[in-house]
Structure formats: structure tokens, C-alpha cells
Design a protein around this ligand. Structure first.
Ligand code: AMP
Length: 527
């Protein structure tokens, strides 16, 4: 592991080491705890090179805040990063990052700053922390520009910060994916924070009331209460049980725009800030009102599409047929007579296209598909589309656009989706994640049977096995949407199971999950 305190060192290192690699950035202020480490773990899983920045940013502290006293423990942080397999720590001084315009004791800065919308910075913590989010937006923009990561990791713990950074990246068209990570808590429920070090043992015993209060609202929410008044009241009544907690605010806002919500239609951010003595703590949960999502991933030829269709049918959920979406785009490209090699032209076309899907109520099988208002359910099965769909689905811009459209479906839930990275990337918060596997021999055998059923020329088992092995290798090593099993996916080995048995097993798992209420608990825990 390398530690750099200068921009020159960091640049020189990255220039040499990053070629052909994905870089993940985890910005922190140090005093690392398990919350930070969960971000680092995720970055380690998803990138070739992991950079952790450790910088107590003077620009985001108010004149009466704890900049001078904020815990600094670089040596301990260095050891933790080393243990976690971090490649680089970037720990500059304020003078290195801002030049000498900025004296470390003052937020008055003679530097260019990034101003996020005041509708987002003036609410919640922004009311009492003037200039804080401008300081955050500025330092994050600088770090993103310095490291140029493919992905940057932020905790849901600082939900307002996360929403503002997502917005900033969209508004400034920064080429990075922002990854939000669940809140990590102490056993008591207290959200981990570097500032918890300030708490006396007595305060620490009282602090879990914040999360208890949020959970109280969550229980009420899951009981069907959706309105602001009642949800805030549930939080406040629990908070009032502890006298030494001074509440700064309790609010219910839209998690993306941070605007106050009168009721939760799709999802709401319920957030608290409170003081215990002079220590200011924040916490939040996401209240989400959507039907469940089932993600089914696995290698080629394992029987995902049939199983997904049957599971959707049996559970009365919508089959989000991602394959049909790629086919619809291919149909659109062919119709426009766009050269399929012309990726920029295809990117332009796809970004302006709208796909709709609907379950075919009459036949009860498959889905009906429209693109830009035109029904293409049959047309997308033509041999022309079949011949070109792989080439088009392999294009990054096509995939980006379709994932965006798929995630829009995810907002309402009630879907079963199949693919290679549905559970890890498209719907990381799916209630049930299944990873189907089968041996290469079994998949070759199934493929041979398929060919026979379709009266297509037969291919030897050896050849089919070789093809499948090659395909597995490509699928799991490809840069775009590699095949990955989510850490919380349930693996089903299907060698000795019929399609009906696999379907049956998934349906049972789904019913167990929902009846145990794991889905709800997990959602609230990750708030
Ligand atoms: P900080 O060092 O406080 O600036 O935090 C650095 C990053 O770690 C931010 O993205 C935080 O949201 C995230 N983080 C801090 N505490 C937690 C926690 N308990 N769980 C998850 N993420 C956290």
C-alpha cells in the first residue's frame, strides 16, 4: 500500500498504475471505523484499484465547530487500510489541497467553490451548518477530479451529503458512478461515527434512542401510516423518553430532492439531528413503499429466462424482461438504418427512446413490448434482431440507458428480473436474490436438448462444453456487466432439478422471505 500526501505523488502513481483498471475512491475524514470499512470493502470488491482519501476538510466546518478537535489518527487508519487491501491512501494537508489561500482555522477561503442548489443545502443539517455542504461539494469535486475514479463510495449515514453529491455529479456531468452504502451500526443501534468518540459512557448509553425513534416510525409506516404528521410524531414521542437528548430537527423529505414530504408515496427519508451534550449526532432511515423485487442471476444456459417467466407468473409479479428490452433497442436501431458499429449514433438514438413492457394478461405468458409507442412484441423475435442483439447489448451506452430505465421500474417494485448483475448492480436492494448455477456438462446437455427440440443441427457435447466454458470466462471477466454473485444471493445448484422444481424452490424462498419480514427489516437497517 502507498500513502501520498501530495497531488504530485498521487498523480504520478495513478498515471502509471491505472491503465486498463477500474479505480474506486472512498473519501473520508479519517478516524476510520466499521462504517468506513464497509465502504472500502465494497470498493475493493468492485474495482481493481482502491484509493482512500483521508482529509479533514476545513472548508466544511463552521467557525464554532470541531475542526481543531476532530479526531486525527493517521497511523491507525493506515493499518486498517493496509488490512483491507487498499492500494493508496491520499492524505494531503489543507495547504496542499487548497494552496495557501486557506488558513486552516478559517472557512473564509480564497478558492473557487462548488455551490449545490440551495433547495438541497438549506434544509436539514444545512439550516444549522451554514456553508457546510458548499465545503463538501467543493472538496468532493476536487477529489473526483484528482483521482478520476470510475466509482466513488459514500455512506447513507450522511444522506443529505449523498443526495447533494449525486445531484452535483449529474449537474456537472462528472464521469463517475456514485455508490451509496448502507449505514453500519453498533449493536445498540447507534450509527457508527467518528464523532461517537466524543460521547461519555453515559451519553453513549442514551444515544441509541435516535435509532429507536426512527424504528418506531418505521413500525408505524409498515403498519400502513404514510402521512408526515403521524410519522414525525412517532419519532418525537420516542425521543421525548430521554431527557438529555436535544433534538435539532426531525424531518421527512424526498430522498433525492430533499424537499419536505407530506406523505410517502414511493420512498421517504426520515432524518434526525440531535445533540448529546456538545456532540452532534445524525441518523436516518429510508421509508420505502414498494412491492418486492426478485433478482435472478446466473451464467448462460442455466435456464434463467424460463424460470424467471414462471416465477413471475406464479407470484403475480411483472417479468422485467431485460432481454426483450435489448431486442427492442436493436429493432429500433435496425429500423433507423443506423450502422450497428456506429456506437455514438446508437447512444444518441437509445437515449431518446422509451421502452414500455406489460404482462400479457390474455395469454398469461411473456410480456408485450413497445418502443416509442409502437408495439414490437412480435417484431423483436425476427431473425434480423436475433442476429444483431448481442452486438448492440455489448455497447456501454446502450446498457447505461437500459439500466436507467430498468431502475425506474424498480421504484415501484413488483418485478422479477433476470441477468448477470441484477442483484449486484441493477437492483442491489432486491428483497430476494437468486443465483442459479449448473455444471458445464449439464448446461451442455440442456443446450443439446434445446437444439433437438427446435430441430436445429446438432452439435457435439464436447463442442458445447467448450463453448460454455469460453462464454463463462468472458462473462465473468468482461468489463461491462460481469457475471457476479451478490454476497446475499441464495445459490441454487440446478443439475438434478427440473425447471418446475427450481421454480417451486424460488417461490418458497420468496414466501419465507416475506413472511419473516426480512425484506422490511433489511430495508430499514440499511436506511
Ligand atoms: P466521514 O469520515 O465522516 O466524512 O465519512 C466518510 C464516509 O463514510 C462518508 O461517505 C460517510 O457517509 C461514510 N460513513 C460514515 N459513517 C458511516 C456508517 N456508520 N455507515 C456507513 N457509512 C458511513
Amino acid at each position: 500500500m502507498r500513502l501520498f500526501t501530495t497531488i504530485a505523488g498521487l498523480h504520478c502513481y495513478l498515471e502509471r498504475q491505472r491503465i486498463g483498471k477500474d479505480v474506486g475512491l472512498v473519501p473520508t475524514m479519517g478516524a476510520l471505523h466499521h462504517g468506513h470499512l464497509s465502504l472500502i470493502d465494497r470498493a475493493r470488491r468492485e474495482n481493481d484499484l482502491v484509493v482512500v482519501s483521508i482529509f479533514v476538510n476545513p472548508l466544511q466546518f463552521g467557525p464554532t465547530e470541531d475542526f481543531q478537535h476532530y479526531p486525527r489518527q493517521l497511523e491507525q487508519d493506515r493499518q486498517l487500510c493496509e488490512q483491507k487491501g487498499v492500494d493508496v491512501i491520499f492524505a494531503p494537508t489543507p495547504a496542499e489541497l487548497y494552496g495557501h489561500h486557506l488558513s486552516t482555522s478559517s472557512v473564509e477561503a480564497d478558492v473557487t467553490q462548488v455551490v449545490a442548489p440551495t433547495t438541497m443545502t438549506g434544509v436539514l443539517c444545512g439550516r444549522s451548518r451554514q456553508g457546510h455542504f458548499q465545503g463538501v461539494a467543493t472538496v468532493v469535486t476536487k477529489l473526483l477530479n484528482l483521482v478520476e475514479p470510475q466509482r466513488a463510495y459514500f455512506g447513507q449515514k450522511d444522506a443529505q451529503q449523498l443526495a447533494i453529491i449525486r445531484r452535483l455529479v449529474t449537474d456537472l456531468n462528472l464521469p463517475v458512478t456514485i455508490v451509496g452504502c448502507p449505514i453500519v451500526r453498533e449493536e445498540s443501534g447507534l450509527a457508527m461515527s467518528s464523532r461517537n468518540q466524543y460521547l461519555t459512557p453515559e451519553q453513549k448509553a442514551h444515544a441509541p434512542v435516535l435509532y429507536r425513534a426512527l424504528q418506531q416510525a418505521q413500525t408505524v409506516f409498515h403498519g400502513g401510516t404514510r402521512d408526515r404528521e403521524s410519522l414525525l410524531e412517532a419519532v418525537k414521542s420516542e425521543l421525548s423518553s430521554t431527557s438529555n437528548v436535544q433534538v435539532e430537527y426531525v424531518d421527512l423529505v424526498d430522498p433525492t430532492t430533499l424537499q419536505p414530504l407530506e406523505q410517502v408515496d414511493c420512498s421517504g427519508l426520515l432524518a434526525i439531528a440531535a445533540r448529546l451534550g456538545s456532540t452532534r449526532l445524525i441518523d436516518n432511515v429510508i421509508l420505502q413503499h414498494r412491492r418486492p423485487i426478485v433478482a435472478i442471476d446466473g451464467p448462460a444456459g442455466v435456464g434463467k429466462s424460463t424460470v424467471t417467466r414462471l416465477v413471475a407468473q406464479a407470484l403475480g409479479l411483472m417479468h422485467l424482461d431485460t432481454g426483450a428490452m435489448y431486442r427492442a433497442v436493436t429493432w429500433r436501431v435496425l429500423k433507423a438504418k443506423t450502422d450497428i458499429q456506429d456506437e455514438p449514433a446508437i447512444a444518441e438514438l437509445v437515449s431518446q427512446s422509451q421502452i414500455s413492457l406489460a404482462t400479457d394478461e390474455q395469454r398469461g405468458t411473456g410480456v408485450r413490448v413497445w418502443i416509442d409507442g409502437e408495439e414490437v412484441t412480435k417484431a423483436i423475435r425476427s431473425s434480423d434482431v436475433t442476429a444483431n442483439v448481442s452486438a448492440i447489448a455489448a455497447q456501454a451506452a446502450v446498457r447505461r440507458e437500459l439500466v436507467k430505465q430498468q431502475q425506474r421500474w424498480g421504484c415501484k417494485g413488483g418485478i422479477v428480473a433476470e441477468g448477470r448483475d441484477i442483484g449486484t448492480y441493477v437492483f442491489p436492494d432486491a428483497e430476494l436474490k437468486i443465483f442459479l448455477t449448473a455444471s458445464v456438462q449439464e448446461r451442455a446437455r440442456r443446450r443439446q436438448q434445446d437444439l433437438k427440440n427446435q430441430e436445429l443441427p446438432s452439435v457435439s457435447l464436447e463442442q458445447l462444453e467448450q463453448d460454455i466454458q469460453q462464454r463463462d470466462f468472458l462473462d465473468s471477466t468482461r468489463a461491462l456487466a460481469p457475471l457476479r454473485k451478490a454476497a446475499d444471493a441464495i445459490e441454487i445448484q440446478t443439475d438434478n432439478l427440473s425447471i418446475a422444481e427450481v421454480t417451486e424452490r424460488i417461490i418458497r424462498l420468496y414466501q419465507q422471505r416475506l413472511s419473516q419480514g426480512i425484506a422490511n427489516d433489511r430495508r430499514s437497517g440499511s436506511g
